[in-house]
Design a protein around this ligand. Structure first.
Ligand code: FES
Length: 109
């Protein structure tokens, strides 16, 4: 199986400049996309900004104790690691690789 090749995009100068404040998730504009970035157990995760079920803004939801993004509208849950719909409704979320390089944040599409 061929590995996917990513184009890496600069997101922010630092984790602090992503602007989490007291929140678990933020939105960021990267290239021509709006993405959602979550912080969980000191790691960052990137994924689609709109819920794959009916398009609610994931940033309005929350992260549960198991590391799932919970949609604010119907509460479907998605693994931060791979976007898998852990509550079984069959709508998987698109995730993106995210890296910290010399303190700067990059995401791959
Ligand atoms: S819009 Fe997200 S679960 Fe329905």
């Amino acid at each position: 199986m061929a590995l996917k090749e990513y184009t890496w995009h600069f997101v922010a100068e630092s984790i602090e400049s992503l602007g989490f404040g007291n929140y678990d998730m933020v939105q960021a504009e990267v290239s021509d996309k709006t993405i959602c970035i979550a912080k969980f157990n000191d790691k960052l995760y990137a994924f689609q900004s709109l819920c794959p079920h009916a398009g609610a803004k994931m940033v309005m939801g929350y992260i549960d104790m198991q590391g799932n993004a919970v949609c604010p509208l119907h509460r479907f849950k998605f693994s931060l690691k791979n976007g898998y719909n852990v509550t079984g409704e069959g709508y998987n979320m698109k995730t993106y690789p995210i890296e910290i390089r010399n303190g700067e944040i990059f995401v791959g599409f």
